[in-house]
Design a protein around this ligand. Structure first.
Ligand code: GLA
Length: 683
């Protein structure tokens, strides 16, 4: 179904995915310009498309629809590629060389008319989905400075208006969905922090202001990068809109030596005609089929000790937690921070990656053996990119951290960033991680990263560090095929397609308040699927918000992702432990539906469908008197199908569930009421 075709007369390429087409053309000056992105077209139809807007006045700059906007000539649009050659020369004078189409992979090769620069635009389409991957490669035979090198510029068709969807947030409040009119301006979403960040996430969606959760055209993009990044969405005065994006933030520059290759991360794009929900489902599908290393594996129910004990970690306490965790049915026990070196608070020990001899006099083996004996897998928290100045590592290698000579070294959470772009530092990190996993029966690492970069002396570190993290993870996974990894950065500060290519799940947020999680998880799910969204049930009142919520409510919200438990189990009553065990058992039953199924966001809940089963999780916050509660209309069912409620035995009709809704009686006088409904389609 996917294909790449070329019309030589009009110099038009047409990329086809199962439900969409994307077309670009070389203009008379050899510049690759965007033509089309939308429902399927034939090559003949694409070739007939007009090449673009006429220049209206001498002030009307070009570039708006270039596949990569450079600074050459009268181009005043947001640049995607800013390249400085020796002698003050800027910009690219495109000369088309050749193209190659191999399966779904199209490469357009260009040179500069004056400088020994080779520039390639890469496109990849798949048979099994509508996401298009794009990236850029360049190499020059004279030294150049790159001020900007985006992966791709994406243009959307002209409409009367545009609406931008993205997420913004903070620590403990990640992924807050923002949906607003796109003003005539350049709107930049960015991270200058060296990591993806809590403040923004590298994806965008544009629609004409008419899309809803269920209907309408949506154009979207997501960048596969875990360091600093920038996406600039532009609506120009002529009414055109699109975005350009890539790694690195404004103001950085990279000097390339002659012959040095520069390859950007993938910037993936998706057109969908089925509303925001349809776009999200296609992204979930893409992440599953083309990003995750182990997509089909069911994620285990995790117990993590962080909220229960903080830095108060020791063999006896961990064993006590492990016994209760096993009792409620968790499958993977993760010991969090403070098991190593002199780490008894956040003030010391990061960098000294050996078991604390006072806390673990016999090393980690006795605890690991006990966890395995209890029938659970064992996981361990690590933070390999960081160091506390109060550590043996820092005393031995004070020059290993990001720092600028003569300037203070800014400490955040009493820690500094190790510069993994230095080969000796990356080598050290890989060696101890490899040894740790080789010498212990460790099944899982929670890889944390608890502060942003500051005082970077060499701009190369912004990219080199991230590539080193990727390389270490890739090597660890290759050498230890059983190892699974959770990405974490103070909660959800490193969630993106780049890290998901080498991890199995993401710690969504340090905020485990179930009510706050509703919004965090809704934003997370715009692009990322439920199977990677780690969600724990913790104590009530919640340690961050002090909110009290029922145990079932906490479970029902965490069950919408990869369920875990993080509560202080020794303080739970026997009844609570019993209820938790029952709910964990229910989760294991619905897990394939939640984790492998198709997700539909509902007004106050979420629906998953997989094979012949449908699961609905519904919830309500504090009661607000007089607020109407519309019925929960299900989606995507067979209208002629009959669906039996597995718990009550009641029979429902697909058509009725989708039009009239699921009869749900959430108690009207109870705050934080919730429900779980399991339906099975009758043969
Ligand atoms: C970060 C993580 C937490 C926990 C602590 C440990 O904040 O997000 O889950 O691991 O670090 O210090």
């Amino acid at each position: 179904m996917r294909s790449v075709t070329f019309d030589a007369d009009s110099r038009t390429w047409l990329l086809r995915t199962p439900a969409t087409s994307y077309a670009l053309r070389l203009d008379a000056d050899d510049v690759p310009v965007h033509l089309y992105w939308g429902p399927v077209l034939t090559l003949e139809q694409a070739a007939s498309l007009p090449s673009g807007a006429r220049r209206v006045s001498s002030f009307d700059g070009g570039g708006a629809r270039d596949e990569l906007v450079t600074e050459a000539g009268a181009r005043f649009h947001t640049p995607s590629l800013q390249i400085a050659f020796p002698g003050g020369v800027r910009g690219v004078d495109w000369r088309f060389k050749a193209y190659e189409a191999d399966g779904g992979h199209l490469v357009l090769r260009f040179a500069d008319a004056h400088e020994p620069l080779e520039l390639e635009l890469h496109y990849r389409v798949y048979d099994d989905g509508d996401v298009i991957e794009r990236w850029t490669r360049l190499v020059c035979q004279v030294p150049v400075t790159l001020l900007r090198c985006d992966s791709a510029a994406w243009s959307v068709p002209m409409r009367d208006g545009y609406r931008l969807s993205h997420v913004a947030g903070d620590w403990g409040a990640e992924n807050q969905l923002v949906r607003a009119d796109l003003t005539t301006a350049e709107t930049t979403l960015t991270s200058r922090r060296g990591m993806t960040s809590h403040a923004a996430n590298p994806w965008v969606m544009l629609d004409a202001g008419d899309a809803t959760e269920r209907h309408g055209e949506v154009w979207s993009g997501a960048l596969a990068w875990s360091g600093s990044w920038r996406i600039t969405v532009t609506r120009d005065p002529a009414g055109r809109a699109g975005w350009t994006g890539g790694f690195g933030h404004e103001g950085l520059s990279w000097r390339l030596e002659p012959g040095q290759e520069w390859v950007t991360p993938v910037f993936a794009g998706l057109y969908s005609a089925h509303g925001y929900g349809g776009a999200s489902r296609r992204w979930h599908d893409y992440v599953t089929k083309h990003v995750l290393p182990e997509p089909d594996e069911l994620r285990p129910v995790i117990y993590n000790s962080w909220e229960a004990v903080g830095f108060d970690v020791g063999e006896a306490g961990q064993k006590e937690l492990a016994a209760l965790a096993a009792q409620v049915g968790t499958e993977l026990f993760v010991m969090d921070d403070a098991w190593f070196g002199g780490r008894t608070s956040d003030r010391a020990g990061l960098g000294d990656w050996w078991p604390n001899p006072e806390r673990f006099p016999g090393g980690l083996a006795p605890l690991i053996d006990e966890v395995h004996r209890l029938g659970m897998r064992f996981g361990l928290w690590v933070e390999p990119e960081m160091v506390n100045p109060d550590s043996d590592l820092y005393r031995a290698h004070p020059d290993w951290v990001l720092h600028q000579p003569g300037r203070p070294r800014t400490e955040l959470r009493n820690q500094l960033v190790l510069d993994l772009s230095k080969p000796e530092v990356a080598d050290w990190a890989h060696k101890w991680l490899h040894r740790l996993v080789s010498e212990h029966e460790i099944d899982f690492l929670k890889w944390d990263c608890n502060r942003p970069f500051t005082e970077v002396a060499d701009d190369r570190a912004w990219i080199g560090h991230v590539r080193a993290v990727y390389a270490i993870l890739d090597r660890l996974r290759a050498d230890h095929p059983h190892l699974r990894v959770e990405a974490c950065a103070g909660g959800g500060g490193r969630t993106d397609l780049g890290i998901l290519a080498r991890t199995d799940q993401v710690w969504t947020s340090d905020n485990t308040d179930a009510f706050d999680r509703i919004a965090i998880q809704r934003g997370f799910g715009q692009v990322y699927p439920a199977r990677v969204m780690a969600a724990w049930v913790t104590d009530s009142p919640n340690p961050i918000t002090h909110r009290r919520t029922p145990l079932a409510f906490r479970f029902h919200i965490a069950m919408a992702g990869a369920l875990g438990i993080g509560g202080d189990l020794p303080r739970w009553s026997p009844e609570e432990l019993e209820q938790a065990a029952a709910l964990v058992a229910v989760y294991k039953d619905i897990r394939p539906v939640v984790q492998l199924g198709v997700q539909h966001r509902l007004p106050y809940g979420v629906q998953y469908a997989h094979e012949d089963r449908v699961v609905v999780l519904a919830w309500r916050g504090p009661v607000r008197h007089g607020t109407p509660e519309p019925p929960l209309r299900l989606e995507g069912l067979d209208p002629l199908g009959r669906y039996r409620d597995e718990d009550t035995g009641v029979l429902h009709h697909g058509a009725v569930l989708m039009s009239g809704g699921l009869p749900l009686e959430l108690p009207r006088d109870e705050d934080y009421a919730s429900a779980l409904v399991r339906l099975r389609r009758e043969a």
